[in-house]
Design a protein around this ligand. Structure first.
Ligand SMILES: [Zn+2]
Length: 369
């Protein structure tokens, strides 16, 4: 039964005929079009007429991005939605979200990301429309990697769960890990910046969302990042980040996937009937750090940061590395220059350059009427 569920995700059935969450056929069951970015979130941030900035949906308005989901999934994921919507719309969303388990946030953000992937896989890329074999926006080759997230969401939709383990682990699922690395950041309220942003990258299977004063970054990576890389970001967890800094940290966390040992990106799925859980085994040993310095490409890092901060990657490449607005030369947290005085002070400090409204086309909030 549940190997069937895993195979169902990997089979990657059309969202025109099958529910993208639970995998059931639509024929004979109730289903409805649903906004991928929930309506309450769009209302909360006045996103109706705004346009997405993520590559697959560049220029599309938030309100137009819908997908058909079965009624049972609507109800099942609706429970997550209720909890999340309450927390996110609290004045201090960071505090309110602190009460929520990681699993709830990962499932919710993952659902948006998964549905966006499914949606963009289902439509043709207009640039190839006249080609002999038109391509989907999200290429077929990427789908097996994205299935990891699909299995996570599908397990939940079928009232099951998913756990991650490593190549050398003994068969004791009680010690296994959540299949994701989730980070939360506190974000400063800067008046001229939009209060909402969504970023993702299907290749590294990571997504980030900033809403009000909370920012969340999640990689669906079997928990590898959390295990081996979270210490690199530890001194940011207690700080309040500028929205630009959040975009940079999201880019850096997602980029880390690109330095992984090849085998750490591979996985074998099992079904564990006792735990009613899918076990996803990462094909590296538990005590081996698979993040390889030899794979580090500063140009690629500059591209990641450039895309998320809407800056020119060329301006981010320094002689001795890649520009950061997060840490000073000692590795300590660097408060972001916001006021004219702070920007002036940052400019006159030779150890510190700034990105932001000055050097990039960073989106700012529309002027208040
Ligand atoms: Zn469903």
């Amino acid at each position: 039964m549940s190997l069937q569920m895993i195979n169902g995700v990997i089979a990657n059935r059309s969202i025109a005929t099958h529910c993208p969450l639970c995998g059931r056929r639509f024929k004979g069951i109730e289903s409805n079009a649903e906004h991928i970015f929930p309506k309450w979130l769009q209302r909360h941030h006045q996103l109706w007429t705004r346009r997405l900035t993520i590559p697959n949906f560049l220029g599309k308005s938030y309100k137009s991005v819908t997908v058909t989901v079965c009624a049972r999934c609507n109800a099942c994921f609706g429970q997550l939605e209720n909890v999340l919507s309450k927390a996110v719309r609290t004045a201090d969303a960071f505090e309110a979200c602190a009460e929520l388990p990681d699993e709830v946030i990962a499932l919710w953000l993952g659902k948006i990301f998964w549905l966006l992937c499914q949606k963009s896989h289902s439509v043709q890329d207009y640039k190839t429309r006249t080609a002999p074999t038109p391509k989907q926006i999200l290429a077929e080759e990427l789908m097996p990697g994205i299935a990891y997230l699909g299995v996570f969401e599908r397990a939940f939709a079928n009232k099951k769960s998913m756990l991650s383990c490593y190549l050398t682990d003994p068969p004791f699922p009680e010690f296994y890990d959540p299949p994701y690395s989730l980070y939360r950041f506190k974000i400063a309220d800067i008046e001229q910046y939009e209060k909402f942003d969504y970023l993702d990258n299907p290749i590294v299977l990571g997504a980030a969302m900033r809403t009000g004063n909370v920012g969340v970054v999640c990689l669906f990576d079997g928990g590898l990042h959390r295990r081996f890389r979270s210490h690199r970001f530890a001194n940011l967890f207690t700080q309040t980040l500028h929205p630009m800094q959040f975009s940079e940290v999201a880019a850096r966390i997602l980029f880390d996937y690109t330095v992984l040992h090849e085998q750490a990106a591979q996985v074998t799925y099992y079904w564990n009937p006792d735990r009613r859980a899918v076990i996803a085994k990462t094909l590296t040993p538990r005590f081996y750090d698979p993040y390889l310095q030899a794979n580090f490409d500063p140009k690629l890092l500059a591209q990641f940061i450039g895309r998320f901060t809407q800056s020119d990657p060329e301006t981010l490449l320094m002689e001795d590395g890649v520009f950061t607005a997060l840490w000073d030369e000692n590795g300590d947290f660097l408060p972001y220059a916001v006021t004219p005085d702070e920007i002036e002070a940052a400019r006159s400090n030779p150890n510190r350059s700034i990105i932001g409204p000055i050097h990039s086309k960073w989106r700012t909030a529309p002027p208040k009427e």
